[in-house]
Ligand binder design. Structure first.
Ligand SMILES: [Zn+2]
Length: 402
């Protein structure tokens, strides 16, 4: 089969699957909304259902915009932008071309992001960001992408122009970039977006410290982050790699969970570390990236002719950005099945380390505070659930109790 035909069919299947899943999910939640509430109070149950439906509807609009952009780029946009930019240097052309490609997509999708934040999230009481903060965040992100993105584009353009097997070199290079981003992530967040306050010396910080010592985990500190200035919802994460590794608790989480519940959540996260889930995820990602790059590294001349352009670095990079999403989409069920398996294992670890009861209560509180609808249509779950449904997780925690 012609490669271009393959990509068109792939994209069609991607959009169709997304729409079918959205419709199934909306119908499922509308039906569940009528049933007696679980975990949540009846009012919260209905609110959570309404929120989930509103987000799904917004996802349908987003899929429409995405498809329009795809059609634009594939049938017209690449040729147009290619002809418009009269730049001699292949590297410089790649930088300008790909940045413009990203910026045009960003501008077209911006009204949807604004609607999501200040329309839906605000209506349900989640949004706490002012338009000023939102605008500053957007500008900073754009600046970061433009600066670091351009460096990556320049390197990729050089590989494409200099080596026949550029995709192999690009693979090694991108893996290094991914590791660097993971290492620098907490530092960049601290410098540009968030205020991290060390809580090592507080009572809860001390307890977290001794919990980590017990599991042999080394981090550069425990921090509270002022997430409440953007969003009312709760969360926690381990960020960084190697020496930049740190435990980050949202201020909203510290406020709402009891000490034992917080420790249980931490215990779950430590489970991910004990099981080396982050490394395993990176290995799976590496495999996928390798396969995608091999595909893009072996497109024939005819493919580019059909697009109305010549084979070149800037087209290759933009195509990769345009098509890696749809390619990844069909691998999501595999990726998420692994992730759900890891979540159960981390629950077991955290429950045994701290207390199954506390972890169960923490999971319930997270659903209540985040007004998250606790059920999904099975097919929707197959594609999108990175974590098992909270009802199943609680069931397991109770069943496995010794
Ligand atoms: Zn987890």
């Amino acid at each position: 089969m012609e490669m271009l035909t393959f990509f068109l069919i792939l994209y069609g299947a991607y959009v169709a699957t997304k729409l079918v899943l959205a419709v199934l999910q909306m119908r499922f939640i509308r039906a569940e909304r009528q049933k007696p509430a679980q975990i949540l109070g009846q009012g919260q149950w209905e609110k959570a259902a309404d929120y989930a439906i509103a987000k799904e509807r917004m996802g349908v609009y987003a899929a429409g915009v995405e498809t329009a952009l795809f059609v634009f780029w594939a049938f017209w946009g690449f040729g147009w932008l290619d002809a418009t930019l009269a730049i001699e240097s292949a590297m410089f052309k790649a930088i300008v071309f790909v940045n413009l490609f990203l910026f045009i997509n960003y501008l077209i999708e911006l009204p949807l992001s604004i609607y999501e934040r200040f329309g839906i999230d605000a209506r349900f009481g989640f949004n706490r960001a002012t338009p000023g903060l939102f605008a500053r965040d957007q500008l900073k992100t754009l600046a970061l992408v433009a600066i670091f993105g351009s460096l990556v584009i320049a390197a990729l353009a050089w590989f494409v122009g200099s080596f026949a097997s550029w995709w192999l070199i690009a693979f090694v290079f991108l893996m290094v970039v991914i590791v660097l981003i993971n290492m620098l992530f907490p530092t960049i967040r601290a410098l540009m977006f968030d205020k991290f306050v060390p809580i090592d010396q507080t009572e809860i910080g001390q307890e977290i410290g001794s919990l980590m010592a017990r599991t042999g985990f080394k981090a550069s500190g425990v921090f509270s982050v002022d997430a409440s200035k953007r969003d009312a919802r709760l969360n926690a994460y381990f960020g960084g790699l190697g020496r930049t590794k740190r435990v980050v608790l949202y201020d909203t989480l510290i406020e709402k969970l009891s000490k034992e519940e917080l420790l249980a959540v931490l215990g779950h996260e430590l489970g991910h570390f004990k099981h080396k889930d982050i490394l395993k995820n990176m290995a799976v990602m590496a495999g996928m990236l390798f396969a995608f790059l091999a595909l893009f590294g072996n497109l024939g001349e005819g493919f580019f002719a059909a697009l109305g352009v010549e084979s070149s670095a800037h087209i290759l990079i933009a195509l990769f950005l345009l098509l890696s999403g749809p390619l990844f989409f069909f691998l999501m069920p595999i990726f998420n099945a692994i992730s759900r398996h890891n979540e159960f294992a981390a629950d077991r670890f955290g429950g045994d380390l701290v207390s199954r009861e506390a972890l169960k209560n923490a999971l319930i509180k997270l659903v209540q505070e985040n007004v998250k609808f606790p059920k999904n249509h099975p097919l929707y779950g197959l594609f999108y659930e990175t974590h098992p449904g909270v009802l199943t997780r609680i069931e397991r925690l109770e069943a496995e109790r010794a």
